[in-house]
Design a protein. Structure first.
Length: 405
């Protein structure tokens, strides 16, 4: 079958036809100067082929890679040229000769140019929508304008619960991930910080590992992009989950000391004045997290979970600390709002407004701008590597009578 199919493919001209089978994707989960990871899902067990080439006035030769037989297809494209635009599509191989030439529409991505002096990424979260993905779609339709190097969700992309499914063709995955992000994730890598809804059943767990192959190893991970070190924690329900990752986190931050910037993501918001402000699940363990972030000079912490937008003044743990950390909650993109009250540590609160953050990074500056679903900026903060605000010392004591509200 494989040999016959490959022989047939050689005879297929570089044409585009509609896809006959029910599929999800393709989408990028990684894109570096010399490599890319592209994921694609089929309804049935099949073998698939990716065809890609440089997209220019003098197109390069078509390169083909074939996946193993299955429903999940992961293509690792290596040996790419930096700063180059590529086109690609997926060809599906089936037992049905009529479907042999089924292929996705062409998609495009551009590898980053080396060295990467400046780049941007987008963070947003809590996009799950029980009714329709219109709000997520409205927000996401703005993303490509900022030419992000990647998009990262701070978690809860899925409804989960009774809607949980390991199938990429299920309604939850279709309505909350593939449909609203179509046109974006084909060309920009999408990363996930696992939220409670994304993991609340065995089916949900299986699903997110099917969608994001890197999560098969661990739900916490780290990566370097240019000279910025990114760390994603698996804190999906309560801050205490941080304890099990504290050694790994500290070691990762140790490695990150030569980076220009250190940015951390987690789903639960360590600092919030929203619905979860006095929940034990928020309160227990957050000072230890703050202390660790301050000690290793984390610059920015982005989180989700408490459905609102909140930015805090730079926080430090003690009077003696010389470094302060900016905490931002970006947690409303389709689900129900949880209004935040704000307090003396809060620099900005915006409630009932779907939001996403564009983070622009250069060697000397890190700027975060928050936008609403009409692409209107409503908050911004800039950090300079050489001139930092002293920040505020966190001395907050929870109101005991409100715990468990
Ligand atoms: Fe959540």
């Amino acid at each position: 079958m494989k040999t016959l199919s490959l022989v047939a493919l050689v005879c297929i001209p570089w044409i585009h036809t509609s896809f006959a089978l029910d599929v999800r994707g393709p989408y990028l989960t990684d894109l570096q100067s010399d490599r890319a990871t592209i994921v694609f899902h089929t309804e049935n067990d099949t073998e698939s082929i990716i065809e890609y080439r440089e997209h220019s006035s003098n197109p390069g030769q078509v390169v083909r890679k074939q996946s193993q037989k299955g429903k999940q297809h992961v293509f690792e494209l290596e040996g790419l040229t930096s700063g180059t635009r590529y086109s690609y599509h997926i060809v599906n191989l089936t037992q049905d000769p009529k479907e042999l030439v089924s292929r996705t529409a062409p998609s495009f991505f551009t590898t980053p140019s080396e060295p990467i002096s400046e780049f941007s990424f987008i963070a947003y979260g809590d996009s799950r929508d029980r009714y329709a993905p219109k709000r997520h779609n409205a927000l996401a339709s703005n993303f490509l304008k900022y030419k992000p190097s990647f998009v990262i969700s701070t978690g809860d992309i899925l409804l989960g619960g009774p809607s949980s499914s390991a199938s990429m063709l299920s309604e939850d995955w279709t309505l909350n991930f593939f449909r609203p992000l179509k046109g974006i994730i084909e060309s920009v890598p999408y990363l996930l910080v696992v939220g409670n809804h994304d993991q609340d059943s065995p089916a949900a767990l299986e699903g997110i590992q099917e969608a994001f192959p890197n999560l098969k190893e661990s739900f916490h991970y780290a990566f370097r992009y240019s000279k910025t070190h990114f760390i994603v924690l698996h804190v999906a329900n309560q801050m205490q989950e941080f304890q099990a990752q504290k050694i790994w986190f500290s070691e990762e931050l140790e490695k990150a000391q030569d980076a220009d910037w250190r940015i951390v993501f987690l789903h639960v918001s360590p600092f919030t004045t929203g619905k979860y402000r006095n929940y034990e699940w928020t309160l227990s363990g957050r000072e230890d997290f703050l202390d660790t972030c301050v000690r290793y000079k984390v610059d920015l912490v982005l989180s989700g979970h408490d459905h609102s937008y909140q930015r805090f003044h730079p926080l430090r743990a003690t009077d003696q600390d010389s470094h302060a950390v900016v905490f931002v909650v970006t947690a409303l993109a389709g689900t129900n709002p949880y209004p935040a009250l704000g307090d003396e540590y809060t620099a900005k609160v915006v409630n009932k407004t779907d939001n996403f953050c564009v983070v622009d990074i250069s060697t000397e500056r890190l700027s975060l701008t928050a936008y609403d679903n009409r692409n209107k900026p409503f908050d911004s903060v800039t950090l300079s590597r050489n001139s930092r605000e002293p920040g505020m010392v966190w001395r907050h004591a929870p109101l005991q009578d409100q715990i468990g509200e």
